[in-house]
Design a protein around this ligand. Structure first.
Ligand code: SME
Length: 150
C-alpha cells in the first residue's frame, strides 16, 4: 500500500472509531494510537491549548516535554502561525524543542474549532525528510475530523 491508500483507510477507520464516542481524551488517545501504528513514526501525539501554552495530551511514543509556550518550538510556531509546519530536518529549524535526540524530522498540524487553534497534532520521525505534501493533505483532513471531538 502506498501512503495515499494507508491514509485513506486510516481516516475511514478513525471516523468510525470516534463517531460513537463523545469523550475527547478517549478519542484523542485512540487517534494517536491509530496514526502511530499505521506508519513507522517515532512519536505521535497531541498538545492542547491551555491559556498561553500547550500542554501534553494523549500520545504514543517515549515521554515528552509537558509544556510548550505560544510561539516556541515547532508546535508553538504552528499554533502562532495557524498553519501546518513540515520540518525535513529538525536541526535546521531554529528553536526546535528536542524532546528526544532520536527525532530527525517532524510535522505539526493545528486543529481548529471556530477558526481558533485548540490543539496541535505533532508527529516525529527517526528519519530525515519523512513528511511531504501527502502527509500534510491527509493530516489536515484528519484535523477536520478531530474538530468534532470539541
Ligand atoms: N519538537 C517539538 C516538541 C514536542 S516533541 O517533538 C514531542 C517542538 O519543537 O515543538
Amino acid at each position: 500500500m502506498n501512503n495515499d491508500e494507508t491514509y485513506s483507510l486510516l481516516l475511514s477507520q478513525i471516523e468510525a472509531l470516534i463517531s460513537g464516542e463523545s469523550n475527547r481524551i478517549a478519542n484523542l488517545a485512540n487517534i494517536a494510537s491509530a496514526v502511530h501504528h499505521a506508519f513507522d513514526f517515532w512519536w505521535t501525539g497531541f498538545y492542547l491549548v491551555e491559556g498561553e501554552q500547550l500542554t501534553l495530551g494523549p500520545f504514543q511514543g517515549p515521554v515528552a516535554c509537558t509544556r510548550i509556550p505560544f510561539g516556541r518550538g515547532v508546535c508553538g510556531t504552528a499554533w502562532k502561525e495557524q498553519q501546518t509546519i513540515v520540518v525535513p530536518d529538525v536541526e535546521q529549524f531554529e528553536g526546535h524543542i528536542a524532546c528526544s535526540s532520536e527525532s530527525k524530522s517532524e510535522i505539526v498540524v493545528p486543529i481548529f474549532v471556530n477558526k481558533a487553534v485548540v490543539a496541535v497534532l505533532d508527529i516525529d520521525s527517526k528519519y530525515l525528510n519523512t513528511f511531504d505534501n501527502t502527509d500534510k493533505l491527509y493530516l489536515e483532513r484528519l484535523a477536520d475530523l478531530i474538530e468534532h471531538c470539541w
